[in-house]
Design a protein around this ligand. Structure first.
Ligand code: SAH
Length: 338
């Protein structure tokens, strides 16, 4: 069976060429063709000799994701259902906002953590994505829209810190000037709050932005709605968040606003108490409703009052514009339906 060249990191591509008795820079050439020029075979790689192209073709193939379905909403949101080599699908979302073009990627098929309000949880967990399957979402969507993205966020299906090595390898391909050249500083990894992964990210050389899905300022409620919170105590999550903000990049706390659940001023007060002394931004996300889930979006007036309360308490806070809801492409609405 032919080996898939797309699975190789830049270093592995160079090593492979060296292993074949060729110059290492041949690996760079092929890597660029794959990631920058969307090559799907070796035949068009005009800076390689015909013989070399033929001999690579005998050994390797170049296979990646395919678009299974696209839905577009007015206002610059496009939701992609992408098919992996094994036939499973993930969703990715493209969001255009002013000069910013963001691609929201998935890192797992489904998700193991079962947050009660999230549609991806309904799928259960199927498998982790490999690094190239993560990076290929960005490449394929860029190819489809004919433009480079400016930002990448790991807020699609799955938990990036539960698939950290593949995420780190994907970031390598995504950030490489020979790959997709998206800067780390424009890349955000969002976590449900896994302590082990947060610690590893903190100690690594990576300087990606970190977003933490806090969602509840009350630990008991957080445990009720986000079962994984039981084994990842909030105090510890906040301790690492604080160090991350001080040593690396300022963290963002995401707070999904669900009607009659976490949208009252008393919740805002708890939140202020909890985040005291942690340099951070707060992202209020009006809940995106899903036909298979019983929760509702908080009322606009509650979101406004919550926002005002946080502002008055000197927090940096934004209300995330809810986009893509009509096509179920909003946060937590991704559930792999064709
Ligand atoms: N597993 C990661 C990344 C995926 S979820 C994490 O938990 O951060 C991305 C964000 O969407 C999270 O902040 C999550 O709390 C939020 N979210 C989940 N379901 C949602 C919904 N129905 N409406 C709005 N946001 C939701």
């Amino acid at each position: 069976m032919k080996e898939n060249f797309k699975q190789k990191s830049l270093l592995q591509a160079k090593d492979t060429m060296a292993g074949l008795g060729l110059e290492r820079y041949r690996g760079e050439q092929v890597f660029k063709w794959i990631w920058q020029k969307n090559a799907r075979d070796f035949s068009g790689m005009t800076d390689l000799s015909k013989e070399l192209r033929l001999s690579l073709d005998c050994r390797f193939l170049i296979a990646g994701l395919e678009i299974a379905n696209v839905r577009q909403e007015a206002g610059g949101v496009k939701k992609y259902l992408l098919r992996l080599q094994d036939g499973q699908c993930v969703e990715s979302v493209f969001i255009r906002e002013g000069q910013r073009r963001t691609i929201c990627v998935s890192c797992q098929v489904g998700c193991p953590f079962g947050c009660k309000f999230c549609a991806t949880a309904l799928l259960g967990f199927k498998r982790n994505l490999l690094a190239y399957e993560i990076a290929d979402q960005v490449r394929l969507i860029q190819e489809d829209i004919g433009e480079k993205c400016t930002n990448v966020v790991f807020m699609g299906m799955g938990e990036p810190l539960a698939n950290l090595q593949e995420v780190i390898d994907a970031l390598g391909t995504m950030s490489s000037p020979l790959g997709l050249s998206v800067s780390w500083r424009h890349t955000t990894v969002s976590t449900v709050g896994l302590l082990e992964g947060m610690g590893m990210l903190l100690r690594s050389a990576l300087r990606v932005k970190l977003a933490i899905s806090l969602n509840f300022a009350d630990e008991d409620m957080r445990r009720e709605f986000m079962p994984i919170a039981s084994s990842n105590p909030l105090a510890e999550v906040l301790r690492i968040a604080r160090i991350y903000s001080m040593d690396k990049e300022m963290v963002t706390f995401e707070y999904v606003m669900i009607k009659n659940i976490n949208d009252r001023i008393k919740d805002a007060k708890n939140l202020v108490r909890l985040l005291k002394g942690i340099p951070s931004k707060i992202n209020l996300i009006p809940y995106n409703e899903h036909p298979r889930l019983p929760y509702q979006r908080a009322a606009d007036k509650n979101i406004e009052s919550f926002y005002e309360f946080l502002l008055d308490s000197h927090h940096t806070v934004v209300i995330r514009k809810s986009r893509g809801q009509k096509i179920l492409a909003g946060c937590g609405q991704l559930s792999g339906a064709v």
